[in-house]
Design a protein around this ligand. Structure first.
Ligand SMILES: Nc1ncnc2c1ncn2[C@@H]1O[C@H](COP(=O)(O)OP(=O)(O)OP(=O)(O)O)[C@@H](O)[C@H]1O
Ligand SMILES: Cc1ncsc1CCO
Ligand SMILES: [Mg+2]
Length: 265
């Protein structure tokens, strides 16, 4: 599997997919930089008037509801609808799912347009599957990724989507398989928006790969390994944020295959 995953890292570098992001104010800069470092081409565009044309030229769409508002929620729903109806892959980051009823209502509408992939932390995936089973502590997880597997499976069954639960172990599920990736570093939770960067990278990988589950695995292994390598050279969260972007840019096949910790069931 190592080879297949690394091939996708190379494909992103070679093909530079255009990724249309409707994302939050906090991470807009970091996620654009993560996409550029990976070799992809980001565009952040939120206006309802340009959604359809933009999706027309993009390889994929990222919808991240981190700093949701009334206008953006309409842009997101229009983008989800356009992506689904024109066959463009799209990934949903349900930031803060379960925190408020507004967020849950918008999520409910987004799910009707069948995201290709949903990537969230365990609390968000649990909240998304069943409102109010768990307290989402703002945008950070209060649960472990394995506690969200049943919730993820219900989303897979209901919407035909791939679900990625991120955390110490990243778990990727579809109807046929479960993939576990044990890369990453605990310091990554002290930099805002690394989950959002993971989602943006998923956007790049699903934009150029037919096997979407492998694309998600490649994206998660890529950021996990880059994070691990970066953490070893960082004094704290500030330098980690910068070093991680450098590692996404410089990572080699050898570093990737030496570090990869993956299991498939
Ligand atoms: N405890 C941990 N140990 C090792 N790696 C981790 C740990 N927690 C997170 N990571 C790494 O960080 C990545 C981002 O996942 P995380 O679950 O923290 O996202 P998130 O909560 O959505 O973050 P944000 O909302 O700030 O973007 C994971 O894919 C994993 O590589
Ligand atoms: C801290 C924060 N608040 C809304 S979005 C965001 C970034 C992590 O998703
Ligand atoms: Mg998140």
């Amino acid at each position: 599997m190592e080879k297949i995953l690394w091939e996708q890292v190379q494909l992103v570098r070679q093909q530079s997919p255009l990724v249309h992001n409707i994302t939050n104010f906090v991470v807009m800069n970091n996620t654009a930089n993560a996409l550029l470092a990976a070799g992809a081409s980001p565009i952040m565009a939120h206006a309802k008037s340009e959604i359809q044309e933009m999706i027309g030229i993009a390889h994929s769409v990222v919808i991240n509801m981190g700093t949701l508002d009334e206008y953006w929620s309409e842009s997101m729903i229009l983008a989800a609808k356009t992506a689904h109806s024109t066959g463009k892959p799209w990934v949903l980051d349900p930031v803060g799912a379960g925190a408020t009823s507004f967020r849950d209502e918008v999520l409910h509408q987004l799910l009707q347009h069948q995201p290709t992939v949903i990537r969230g932390n365990a609390s968000e995936i649990i909240a998304l599957a069943k409102a109010n089973t768990t307290a989402t502590k703002g945008v950070d997880s209060t649960a472990q990724s394995n506690e969200a597997i049943d919730a993820a499976r219900s989303l897979v069954d209901q919407y035909g989507t791939i679900v990625c639960i991120s955390g110490e172990t990243d778990i990727i599920l579809n109807s046929q398989q479960e993939i576990f990736i044990k890369n990453g570093h605990p310091l990554m939770t002290k930099v805002t928006g690394l989950g959002c960067s993971a989602t943006a990278l998923i956007g790049a990988f699903i934009g150029i790969t037919q096997d979407k589950a492998m694309a998600v695995a490649a994206a998660m292994a890529f950021i996990g390994i880059a994070g691990e390598l970066a953490a070893e050279e960082s004094k704290g969260p500030g330098s980690l944020q910068v070093n991680l972007i450098d590692k996404l840019y410089t990572i080699t096949e050898q570093e990737f295959s030496n570090r990869l910790k993956i299991e498939r069931k």
